[in-house]
Ligand binder design. Structure first.
Ligand SMILES: [Zn+2]
Length: 266
């Protein structure tokens, strides 16, 4: 699931009065209705397969290739801060037509008397590319482990890996730099708890921190790295020591490569 970053919360605060204003004008008399025919919907339908193809080209040589095509759905969700989400049971990407993580991409207006606030191309492209990362993990998990959902496990340990891989897929087509540094990783339980209680830097940690953890592994081992990571998320003792996690995964991959080589010699 893609929860938007803090910047979006700020933007939402600005957006609510605008929305109210539009609602009052356009929806006078309690006839407020949102249009579902805005730009995001058109863009997503017209570009989903191109984005998937671009990802495969960008990740060429990694062994990563999409399994089929997910379905698309759209929602107007003002309560939840997410710009999009992925539903593994239905292999479905859901885009929120009210929110975007790239706020300059917003397009607010009216269409036949209905209000819309959509993501324009750049915003939608990033969100779709991200959700495709969740889709890939889910399909890989279905194929190997006969289980929906992608990354195994629970809580933060799972989310860091799950969102990190999804960010990897997003970056593969947007090319946006990850500004998260090694020194940004929490160094103590106390720091981690504080981050959670106050919510400051939490999403940056999960999404960009997660990307920092998974990137060298996927860069080096491609699909193989994802196969191991979806089954083996961070352990509790690795939450403050992501390098131990990277080493553990790398060791597992290397020992399986050695085992396969030995087997092929028999
Ligand atoms: Zn996500």
């Amino acid at each position: 699931m893609k929860n938007d970053k803090n910047i979006l919360k700020e933007t939402l605060k600005e957006f609510v009065p605008i929305l109210t204003f539009f609602s009052l004008i356009l929806g006078f008399g309690g006839l407020i209705e949102f249009s579902a025919n805005g730009l995001t919907k058109k863009y997503a339908k017209g570009n989903l397969q191109d984005i998937m193809f671009e990802q495969e080209i960008s990740l060429f040589g990694s062994g990563i290739k999409h399994f089929g095509v997910p379905s698309l759905d759209f929602e107007y969700n003002i309560k939840d801060m997410r710009a999009g989400c992925y539903e593994p049971q239905e292999d479905k990407i859901v885009l929120n037509l009210l929110l975007s993580k790239n706020t300059p991409g917003w397009d607010i207006g009216s269409d036949e008397g209905k209000l819309y606030a959509d993501l324009q191309d750049d915003g939608a492209r990033g969100v779709i590319a991200h959700e495709l990362g969740h889709y890939y993990c889910d399909k890989l998990s279905e194929k190997i482990f006969h289980q929906d959902g992608g990354v195994f496990g629970t809580g933060l340990n799972r989310r860091i890996i799950s969102e990190g891989i999804a960010e990897y897929f997003e970056h593969s087509v947007t090319g946006k730099p990850n500004k998260f540094k090694e020194s940004d990783w929490p160094k103590s339980r106390k720091q981690l708890n504080r981050m959670y209680k106050l919510g400051i830097g939490k999403n940056n940690f999960i999404y960009n921190g997660g990307h920092m953890v998974v990137k060298p592994l996927i860069d080096k081992y491609g699909k193989k790295a994802i196969e191991y990571m979806i089954y083996e998320p961070l352990r509790d003792n690795e939450l403050l020591n992501y390098k131990a996690y990277q080493q553990r995964i790398e060791k597992m991959i290397n020992s399986s490569i050695k085992e396969n080589r030995a087997r092929s010699k028999i």
